[in-house]
Design a protein around this ligand. Structure first.
Ligand SMILES: NC(=O)c1ccc[n+]([C@@H]2O[C@H](COP(=O)([O-])OP(=O)(O)OC[C@H]3O[C@@H](n4cnc5c(N)ncnc54)[C@H](O)[C@@H]3O)[C@@H](O)[C@H]2O)c1
Length: 291
């Protein structure tokens, strides 16, 4: 979508974090913004920020895991805002920790929000996007959608699913003649939003600035980029994983601290982990034990 002026952008999970940052960047391009979020309490403040940036803004509650809630959202958007031109599937959750010590409900919740939520939102809104003269669907995946993530196995695999879904829908739309519906999948490493509080950025990279990443996403949309991979190391990661034998890849990942990056994850507020859950070893501890 080369011109975002007067386009209407719907962002799930838009009340905070990278969702809100993207909303502000889209607003800066002259777009109208609809944010939809489970966290109703934050919608008012977030829409006020978007309006202060000069854009028309609506904030609606939604639970992306509930098709009835999505249907109600679609009806509200149709009645109060008008049809959307861009859908950003951004809402997501993460529960870090050793797989076996993390309660099964948390693993299921991860797939419900990160995968089923994306499927349900796309199912509800894709016909609206097809009806527009030009439209765009953005999926926020993750760098962990390209490789494994110890202490974040269901999060990573949920993001693998998002990449597979995005790639399949993109090709299907082309085959069905809907070439005017563009698609972008975004795979960032850690972003400084608090979702991955405690996680360590792999060596030679840093935690991404949310505003900077949001600009990259919006630019990716304007250029109809199929993928936005950030930072530089993420761009070469799929190639490294394919080219290197697994034992060598594992060594490289460990050298950069990519495999232990989640070892000290705490998440928003640092208290998302149940008291009983064992702390995974830190990068230093892991190094010491391997020596
Ligand atoms: N923060 C990072 O390091 C990072 C890295 C890569 C990818 N991502 C992805 O970026 C996206 C946004 O992450 P963030 O860092 O801004 O996180 P965040 O926790 O700040 O924001 C996520 C938003 O999603 C909303 N949400 C959660 N469950 C929902 C549901 N069922 N229905 C509707 N809304 C719901 C939350 O209320 C919240 O406002 C996520 O998909 C995340 O997986 C984040």
């Amino acid at each position: 979508m080369t011109d975002l002026q007067d386009k209407r952008v719907l962002i799930t999970g838009g009340a905070q974090g990278i969702g809100l940052e993207m909303a502000l960047k889209f607003a800066g391009r002259g777009a109208e913004i609809v944010i939809a979020d489970l966290n109703e309490a934050k919608l008012g403040e977030a829409t006020a920020k978007i309006e202060a940036a000069g854009a028309a803004a609506w904030g609606f509650p939604v639970d992306v895991t509930d098709p009835a809630s999505i249907a109600a959202l679609r009806a509200k958007i149709a009645a109060e805002a008008g049809p959307i031109d861009v859908l950003v599937n951004n809402a997501g959750v993460v529960f870090g920790g050793p797989f076996i010590e993390t309660p099964l409900e948390r693993h299921f919740k991860t797939y419900e929000v990160n995968v089923l939520g994306v499927v349900a939102m796309t199912h509800a809104f894709l016909s609206d996007l097809i009806d527009r003269p030009e439209s765009h669907i953005v999926h926020i995946s993750s760098a962990s959608g390209l490789v494994g993530l110890p202490f974040g196995s269901t999060y990573a695999s949920s993001k693998w699913a998002v990449i597979g879904f995005s790639e399949s829908i993109r090709a299907e739309l082309r085959l069905l003649g809907h070439k005017h519906v563009h698609s972008t999948v975004v795979c960032p490493s850690y972003i400084g939003t608090g979702m991955f509080e405690g996680a360590e950025a792999p060596k030679a990279t840093s935690i991404l600035d949310p505003t900077h990443l949001a600009e990259k996403v919006v630019r990716g949309v304007e250029r109809n980029r199929v993928q936005v991979l950030e930072p530089w190391m993420v761009k070469i990661t799929p190639l490294l994983r394919e080219l290197l034998p697994t034992a060598i890849y594992d060594k490289v990942a460990h050298l950069f601290g990519a495999d232990t990056s989640m070892a000290q994850w705490t998440g928003h507020g640092g208290s998302a982990k149940p008291e009983a859950q064992a702390q995974p070893e830190s990068r230093d501890q892991a190094d010491a034990e391997r020596q």
